[in-house]
Design a protein around this ligand. Structure first.
Ligand SMILES: [Mg+2]
Length: 221
């Protein structure tokens, strides 16, 4: 069955939900546990932990796997417990529900995130955004791939039984969310919130292809 409606695919962290949450879990929560476990100061623990993350980098599937890191660091906290501890930091984009509610009338909405499913589900449940989406995809958990290249978007087209021209993608990573889909012919927009803490990427605007709120996207369509 082909989709008759256009599909809008949204990145999650730094686009629909503030990246502060992920930042707190990964760059605060894990270092706090590490400092406790190895009896060291927080700043030293943070440097060590972040240095370890860098040995893999965000092109590696394991980089997204919190269970892997907790085991690698030999920490006694569970992923669920850690995700719960910082849930106050899960903040949706401004006007997310209103705009998504209106877009849902005209488009098929999906989430396409690199974050592991455990994060994706937590963030969408906590913000109440889950019901707005027809499909929720964690590239790393569901496809075993990082959403960085054309391969991911090709797979997404296949799975949605749609062509590149049927898609609009929006996200805050200049390569994962803009260059990769654009190179496949997907209409893509870079999301750059007015709130400097909303995304962890400090990217330059791309002329005519940068939006700073979901409301702006609605106007563009
Ligand atoms: Mg993002």
């Amino acid at each position: 069955m082909r989709n008759h409606r256009k599909i809008i695919s949204f990145d999650l962290d730094g686009t629909l939900v503030s990246a502060q949450y992920g930042d707190m879990v990964w760059n605060h929560g894990i270092p706090v546990e590490y400092a406790k476990k190895y009896s060291m100061g927080f700043e030293d623990a943070r440097k060590t932990v972040i240095g370890e993350y860098k040995t893999l980098g965000d092109g590696d599937l394991l980089w997204y796997d919190i269970g892997y890191w907790l085991k690698r660091f030999n920490l006694d906290v569970s992923p669920e417990e850690l995700l719960k501890r910082y849930e106050d930091y899960i903040l949706p984009a401004q006007d997310a529900k209103e705009v998504l509610g209106r877009l849902k009338e005209r488009y098929t909405l999906i989430v396409a995130s690199n974050a592991a499913r455990i994060f994706v589900e937590k963030e969408l449940a906590y913000t109440g955004l889950a019901p707005y989406f027809n499909r929720i995809i964690s590239a790393t958990s569901d496809y075993g791939m990082v959403k960085k290249g054309e391969d991911f978007y090709r797979r997404l087209c296949l799975e949605m039984d749609a062509q590149a021209g049927d898609f609009i993608h929006i996200g805050d990573h200049p390569v994962f969310d803009f260059m990769a889909p654009s190179s496949l012919g997907i209409e893509a927009y870079l999301f750059k919130s007015h709130d400097p803490f909303f995304s962890i990427y400090h990217t330059e605007k791309i002329d005519g292809k940068t939006i700073s709120s979901l409301g702006e996207l609605e106007v563009l369509l």
